[in-house]
Design a protein around this ligand. Structure first.
Ligand code: S3P
Length: 423
């Protein structure tokens, strides 16, 4: 690889969601610079507007949010449609758990199928009322109540569940703790602490002590490491030059995929440069290298849960068999990612196998060829779009719109990585 190729990525999805929620709950006007402007972020902003919060158009640059304090949300006029965004749905359920009005939460066909009881159960235990219209999915109606403190032990490592309970405690003014089997991404804890909320972390337990208010803030959202993963994979599989991704969120609970790629032989350097509301931010430098298989352990899965589709694509081109342990959660993402991933790898001529919650992917050198069903899952589409640019590949993707859910401009950026700025 030759030197000197730099890129910036759209703002991080997880951080943009949290920044929008916390700005809506703050006492006064916040400015979020470089927010993600994708469909998921717009779904969250749209729902918060329906709850009476003034948010300037989410068009890039910066967004202004006029927070109304912890108790200032208004009864929504109509349903809160979260589109494809599980994060928006689950966070809003937590936020709404103590407001005395009913709110109906819904989403697109994919989101309506995703499990919500993992969030509504603890919120009901705290005192919220929930009416289900579709079993363990959406739509549902939540009516807040006078909340009780909770010490919740979750059987899944899920930052969405943890954050919903933390938001419920923050808004409802009660102490909460959440214990997870393995720590999931800790953005909510870090951001709350940066805003002066007492959040204590001991091993896999997070404990929040309520406050009367949180201050408005101005902060710049760093680039999304989950989006970066697709460009890093493209640089490793196809790119010809050294690539630097600038100002990326490098929270260790998010970048497990970099550790895995390094174990596979990738030369990836991470240089910390700054901070965003308690989050480390840095440059990621990728150089070409020959790749071989590895074992991905169950306890590292939460730190790379969204990157498994693209890691599987990389594994399918690395020598040897890569094993992903403990990946059952993939079944309840934007699609049943475990089944769809295996079906797509098979369809393009790769050997892979699912046994229980373990995925095996065998590396092959012959070019992938065949049809890919994305299931309108953005990460499936982007993973196989990367694969489609490998030398000799010939893939047909069922659609190319879903990347707009999390990564506007993905195809342009992919082109830059595989062909360079001058073609
Ligand atoms: C997210 C948490 C993860 C992840 C999702 C974003 C978040 O979900 O898959 O894309 O911002 O908290 P789970 O926490 O349910 O695993």
């Amino acid at each position: 690889m030759t030197a000197g190729f730099q890129m910036e990525l759209p703002g991080d999805k997880s951080l943009t969601h949290r920044a929008l929620v916390l700005a809506a709950l703050a006492s006064g006007e916040s400015t979020i610079e470089h927010p993600l402007t994708s469909l998921d972020a717009r779904s969250m902003a749209g729902c918060l507007r329906r709850l009476g919060i003034s948010i300037s158009p989410l068009r890039g640059g910066s967004v202004r949010v006029v927070g109304k304090g912890l108790r200032g949300l208004a009864k929504p006029n109509g349903s809160l449609n979260c589109g494809n965004s599980g994060t928006a749905a689950r966070f809003l359920l937590g936020v709404l758990a103590s407001f005395p009005f009913p709110a109906r939460v819904t989403g697109d066909a994919s989101l309506r199928r995703r499990p919500m009881r993992r969030v509504t159960r603890p919120l009901q235990q705290m005192g919220a009322s929930v009416t289900e219209f579709a079993g363990d999915g959406l739509p549902l109606e939540i009516r807040g109540g006078q909340l009780q403190p909770i010490d919740y032990v979750s059987d899944t490592a899920s930052a969405q569940v943890k954050s919903a309970i933390l938001f419920a405690g923050l808004v409802g003014g009660v102490a909460v703790s959440v214990t997870e089997p393995v720590r999931s991404r800790d953005h909510t804890e870090r951001m709350l602490r940066a805003l002066g909320v007492a959040v204590e972390v001991r091993e896999t337990t997070v404990r929040l002590t309520p406050v009367d208010s949180i201050p408005p803030f101005t902060a710049t959202v760093p680039g999304d490491p989950s989006s970066a993963a697709f460009l890093i994979a493209a640089a490793l599989l196809v790119g010809r030059r050294e690539m630097t991704l600038r100002e990326i969120a490098i929270n260790p609970t998010r970048i497990g995929f970099i550790e895995v790629l390094r174990r596979m032989g990738a030369d990836i350097e991470v240089r910390e440069t700054s901070e965003f509301l308690g989050e480390p931010v840095g440059d990621v430098i990728v150089r070409g290298s020959a790749l071989s298989s590895t074992e991905v352990h169950a306890d590292e899965v939460p730190s790379l849960i969204d990157e498994i589709p693209v890691l599987a694509v990389v594994a399918s081109a690395a020598s040897g068999t890569t094993t992903f342990h403990g990946v059952a959660e993939l079944r309840v993402k934007e699609s049943d990612r475990l089944t769809l991933l295996a079906a797509n790898l098979d369809s393009v001529g790769r050997d892979c196998r699912v046994a229980g919650d373990v995925l095996y992917v065998e590396g092959q050198s012959r070019p992938p060829r065949g049809a890919v069903q994305t299931g309108f899952d953005h990460r499936m589409a982007m993973a196989f779009a990367v694969m489609s640019r490998m030398p000799g590949a010939s893939l047909r993707l069922s659609e190319c719109e879903s990347p707009g859910i999390s990564y506007p401009g993905f195809f342009r950026d992919l082109e830059l990585v595989v062909s360079g700025p001058h073609g």
